[in-house]
Design a binder for this molecule. Structure first.
Ligand SMILES: [Zn+2]
Length: 266
């Protein structure tokens, strides 16, 4: 049976000498297909199966894994492959999306649309690290691995709006209010963080990419948010993306990728 689906290439691994197994994220979920001869330079698929390409894919499927028959490229996203930093972030975005996507046809169109917009924005954006934090927050929500950031994980009461620092418990995956905090809790089981951090995480869950340009985080706040999200992804969503190590080495080489905006967390 031949059929068409809109999709984004989210993974591409060599298979044998000249074939590739391509993972597509479609509006109805994740789908792996065999792209015969895709690794040959003259292959008619070579351009269409690169990471982040968005297009209409014609697949042939009888039973088991489908075979790619044709690709009509809608958006090649060349900028994401020409720039080392953007390429690393794009790979990270795709890996996280792949990890939480359900197999087609049980997947979520929301995830697909979010990834389309994330990659569009990444091609144009000046702040890939900030985008990555927003993406991690949205992925955690989709994986059901984030708390309601602004309420206490122990008693469920709101953390409140005050300026006093709050405590994040990496072992419990959330923040606690002052009433529930046991005095003398060891520093490694409780991180004291600025009161703005839970509110930032909450807003990242729902902020549209178009509004991201107005968001600025202090470098120290960004590091705190990144550390909390890493714990949530690893310990509560079971995600340790391989592409993350690449991001960290790239950010170390290009320190300018840490945002250097004004000292505001607005
Ligand atoms: Zn509490």
């Amino acid at each position: 049976m031949l059929y068409n689906t809109e999709a984004i290439v989210v993974r591409n691994i060599a298979y044998g000498e000249s074939d590739a197994i391509v993972t597509l994220l479609t509006p109805s979920g994740r789908l792996a297909v065999l792209a015969k001869g895709a690794k040959k330079p003259q292959s008619r698929y070579a351009a269409g199966v690169q990471l982040c390409v968005q297009g209409v894919f014609t697949l042939y499927r009888r039973s088991g894994m489908g075979t790619l028959s044709q690709v009509e490229i809608v958006n090649a996203r060349r900028h994401l492959r020409e720039d080392l930093q953007r390429a690393a972030y794009a790979a990270y975005f795709c890996e996280l999306a792949t990890a939480v996507a359900e197999e087609a046809p049980h997947g979520s169109e929301t995830l697909y649309r979010l990834l389309v917009r994330a990659l569009d924005k990444l091609e144009a954006a000046a702040q890939p690290p900030l985008m990555a934090r927003v993406w991690e927050t949205k992925i955690l929500r989709m994986a059901g691995a984030s708390p309601d950031w602004t309420t206490c994980v122990r008693c469920g009461q709101p953390l409140g709006e005050g300026p006093a620092p709050v405590a994040y418990l990496p072992g419990e995956g959330g923040f606690v209010c002052r009433r529930c905090l046991i005095p003398g809790t060891a520093a490694d089981t409780m991180w004291t963080v600025p009161a703005v951090v839970p509110r930032i995480l909450k807003s990242f869950e729902s902020v549209p990419w178009t509004k991201l340009g107005s968001v600025q985080l202090r470098p120290a706040t960004h590091r705190t948010v990144r550390r909390i999200l890493e714990v949530q992804l690893r310990d509560f969503a079971g995600l340790s993306p391989k592409s993350r190590a690449m991001l960290e080495s790239i950010d170390a080489v290009f320190p300018s990728t840490e945002e250097e905006g004004p000292e505001s967390d607005g």
